[in-house]
Design a protein around this ligand. Structure first.
Ligand code: ADE
Length: 220
């Protein structure tokens, strides 16, 4: 899977992509990520990328001509044809809410692009003519789409077995098919007793049938 991220702040991702589960996913070739700065493709003087909204209003909007130039510059051809080659998702609080169903759909994709917004948002023509779908990570407004892009990448990378050191932990985590889409059961580790807070006795019993029964009963 290759994810192309378009942003005005690629440096935001420096720390993120140094994290072990992501370097594992990338080294295993299960995941490739490319970062593109809209500003590098701006056809305007001084690398301008934003402008004031027609009709007035607060803040600045990302310009459609700048996003068009970035898409054409990276993929070639006309910018409106890019979404016929690969899905182009716009990160926006107005989008479809990210949940395990949407993540399942994204996980099926080979390549896709994520467009991060900044300032007050996007010129609507970016959504109408250049993107496939808008995605939101929740009903709140972030200062840009970068954190939302990280959420998407992180949640997808967990599904690549090498990301988690080859463990199967993602197969049986909350919302996974392994748990029937339900929330994971509670888990405990040592010490078995701490300040009088006891780990449920059955989990210490070594009786796997009973442990499995307890876990099924405690799915969220
Ligand atoms: N950009 C700003 N807020 C956002 C949100 N809630 N989800 C996705 N992208 C965003």
């Amino acid at each position: 899977m290759r994810i192309d991220i378009f942003t005005l702040f690629p440096q935001w991702f420096n720390w993120f992509f140094q994290q072990r589960h992501l370097t594992n996913a990338i080294q295993s070739r299960g995941l490739a990520v490319r970062l593109f700065n809209y500003r590098d493709y701006s056809p305007l003087s001084n690398g301008q990328v934003d402008d004031t909204p027609f009709g007035g209003g607060a803040g600045m909007l990302l310009r459609v001509d700048v996003v068009c130039a970035a898409l054409s510059g990276v993929y070639g051809g006309s910018c409106e044809a890019v979404r016929e080659k690969l899905p182009v998702f716009l990160l926006s609080p107005r989008g479809r809410r990210l949940g395990s169903d949407l993540l399942d759909e994204l996980a099926q994709r080979r390549d896709f692009a994520l467009l991060c917004g900044r300032y007050e948002g996007f010129d609507q023509r970016i959504s109408d003519h250049l993107s496939t779908e808008e995605i939101s990570i929740g009903d709140y407004v972030l200062s840009g789409g970068e954190l939302a892009a990280m959420v998407v990448v992180d949640a997808l990378a967990r599904r690549i077995p090498e990301a988690l050191g080859g463990e199967n932990s993602a197969l049986f985590e909350s919302f996974s098919p392994g748990l029937g889409g339900r929330r994971e059961y509670p888990q405990y580790t040592k010490p078995a007793s701490f300040q009088g807070w006891q780990v449920p006795e059955v989990l210490l019993s070594g009786n796997h049938a009973e442990i499995g029964k307890w876990r099924r009963e405690h799915l969220g």
